[in-house]
Structures are given as C-alpha cells and as structure tokens.
Design a protein around this ligand. Sequence first.
Ligand code: TYD
Ligand code: MG
Length: 465
Amino acid sequence: MAKPSPRFVCAACGAVTPKWAGRCETCGEWNTITEEPTAAAGPGLQKPKTTARKLAFVDLAGTAEPPARTPVGIAELDRVLGGGLVPSSAVLLGGDPGIGKSTLLLQAAASLAAAGHRVLYVSGEESIEQVRLRARRLGVVQARLELAAAINLRDIIASLEEARDATMVVIDSIQTMWIDAIDSAPGTVSQVRASAFELIRLAKSNRFAVVLVGHVTKEGAIAGPRVLEHMVDAVLYFEGDRGHQFRILRGVKNRFGATDEIGVFEMTETGLAEVPNPSALFLAERRGNVSGSAVFAGLEGTRPVLVEIQCLLAPNPGGAPRRSVVGWDSGRLAMLLAVLETRCGLRLNASDVYLNIAGGLRITEPAADLAVAAALISAATDQPTDPGMVFFGEVGLSGEVRQVAQAESRLKEAQKLGFSAACLPRRVARGNRPLFAPEGLSLQEIGHLGDLVGRFAGKAGSSSA
Ligand code: TYD
Ligand code: MG
C-alpha cells in the first residue's frame, strides 16, 4: 500500500493544506498549522460506507409538534438557551479555563436531575474525587446524576448508546476526548472534530441534548477547530473578569433562540448564584459626585442593564496622546473624541484618555456614545454628571444625537432603580402611539452633542458664580 501523504490542518479555522506553512492562507492566523495523519480524514468511528438509499421527501407543515424544551431550572441559563434544552441538540460552552464552566454545568446537571431527568456527566479533565469535592462545595451531592471520568470516546459512545432516556449529557471537555483510531493527540483538530461528530450523531439518534465544554484561547477562539462552532446548534460563551465576581453567559449562536441574550451570574463560595437584577450589581460601587463618570442605560439582548462609564483625562506632556479603553470599542472612542473636538470645540488632544466600563462588562452598543461623551465632557470640565441621571443615544459624525432602539425599556429600568432623570435623543412619536412618559423621571431630550457640552459649561459657569 502506498504511504499516505501527510496533510496539514489549521487549528484556528480547520482549513486543510497539502503543505506546511507558517501562516494559514484561509484565515490568516500564524503558527496554527500542524501535521495530521491522513487516516484522520473522516470521523474515526464511522461505519463502513453503506449503499445509497432514496430519501423520503416531506412537506413543510408536517404533523409533528415542535420539540418540547426542557428548562434546566436555572433562569439565567434557560434564557440564553432560548427557554431550555432542545432534545437531540448540541450545545458548545466555551470560556477561559477557570471561569466556571464545570461549575455551571454541574449545577445545571444537578438541577435537571432534581426535576427527575436523567443526566450523565463525563469528566475528561477531573477525577471523580475532584468532581465530588466540587459537588460538596455546591451542596448538590444528593443530586442523582450519573458521573464518569473518561476520555476514551469509544467507551463513552458505547455507554451512551444505552442511555436512550437521558435528557442531558455533559462532556467536559471536548479537548480531552480521544479516539484511538486517530493517530494524533487529544485536543488536535482531527480528534476534536471526530469526537464532536460522534457525540452529536449519538445525540441526534438518542434524542438527548449534548453539552460540550470547549476551552478558549487567549485570542477568544475555541481552542482546536473553529469548525466545531458550525457543527453544533448553539454556542455559548462564559466570560468574566477574574478580578470580578460576576460572570456573563452570552449566546453567540443559537439555532433555537435569540443570540443576543445574556445570563448574569455571581461566583460565590458555594457556586454560581443567579443575578436577576444586573444593574444593581454593576452600579453597586458607584460613587456619586465625581467627574468623569456617567451611567449608561444599555441593553443586553432584551434586557436593560445600567452600567457606569468612567473616564479619566491625564495631561500629556508631549508626543502622541494615549487612548486606553477597557470594555468598549477604541475606534468608537476615537470617533467620539474627534466629534467633541471638531463639532463641539472641546479641547482633548493634549490629554491621555482612559475609558473604563466599571465592573468589567463589555459594551458593543452604539447607544453608549452619549454616555461616553457625557463622561468625557464631565472629565474635561471637571463637573460631575447628575448622579441621578442615565444617558443613552447614538452620536453621528456631525455631532447629531440619534434615536436608539427600546428607549422605553431603558427608561423603565432607570425608573425601577430610582434614577430621577434621563438624557436621551429627541423622541418622535410613531403613528398614534403616545410617547412613554415615565413617572418621576425627568427627560432631557437633546438633538446635538453641542447641547450637552453647553449644559456642562453652563453648570461650570453657575457654580463658579
Ligand atoms: P471551574 O468551574 O472549574 O472552571 P472551568 O471549568 O471553566 O475551568 O471554576 C473554577 C473556579 O471557580 C476556581 O477558580 C474556583 C471558583 N469557584 C468558586 O469560587 N466557588 C465555587 O463554589 C466553585 C465550585 C468554584
Ligand atoms: Mg472545568
């Protein structure tokens, strides 16, 4: 038999090339290409090819009900899943090592088991003892879930073939799974891909939901192939700052629900606690009456979240001023600084600018523009913003303040948390639906960023007078 020629696979995107290269031509990543044996071309445990069968095509309507979801019983997790686990589906849970993935899944497994569901938990990273220890810490030792420590996928598949009535199977983690027919180490592209393929195939035929844990590299990609993201039905990321207690579960792909939902948890001594009111958590350490701080009424998925935006300006002795941003887009900050300079006459180019979203949250909404601008103006004029005021609105290049989605739910959240005022874009009534008028909240609608600068300047004038 002819010796199989080697094949090279990119660990970032899964592209296959016949030759090694320092940089992947498909995704442009450096040092991600490794040699993999050709035997790994197909999923390892696949049966030999069978003869082709004709497909039975059906219509769209059908008679079957949509699959019932099984709520896990942890509201923050269920929301991100889109209401619960879908039978026969595959979920990938990504996140940095140590962020709390195993903790979350053990709690989810215990919660499902307590509701009478059959749950299997396969740990490839920790021993039975370690998992038991964690269960004791979480207070879930009584949960009737089936636990195994294994990495050999052939054994796992053989055991799962029998588990026809299981609701959830957890594989912690996919990078530790190993198929003996494939001649490469666990965690390599072909091992991860083939293991996932087999587990997903089994989930489909046995109608359980399989949850795969995947570690994430420093750059934010799931280590091993990104192709895994295409194979599963939902991809959830568990993220957070090690220095902070809270963790955010974010859906980045979901075939059965919205992807912009987040779940907020707090890591405590006894596991992850749900945070039903994240605004209160993010604002907990806010000190009123300091300049450079503004509260943003944001939206995460369908959920309003209030966060504090902090800004510090430091004199720059010369050279290029520094712009340092944590939790927001630095391109967006550059744009806002340019608008404030050019359209509103605020002098900022002689200062270093540090911007931080307090609490470690990451904001992607353009609606944060107005709150960031308020923090910047506040820092530049050394005038604190009204501590009882929230801000939201998008800022355009000419300095105009634009409408953003869901003003009403943002205002309601501010009202609920005891804020007394909101600074927002000028509202326009649509159709004959009256504009929302929140009780106890005074609204300051502004059309141009210059108006906001004017307000601070006015305050500065009146306070010195
Ligand atoms: P873990 O779930 O092992 O993370 P992952 O599976 O994502 O690697 O979480 C480990 C961290 O969580 C560890 O630093 C300790 C902390 N932790 C708590 O603070 N409280 C707890 O009750 C538990 C179980 C873990
Ligand atoms: Mg773990």
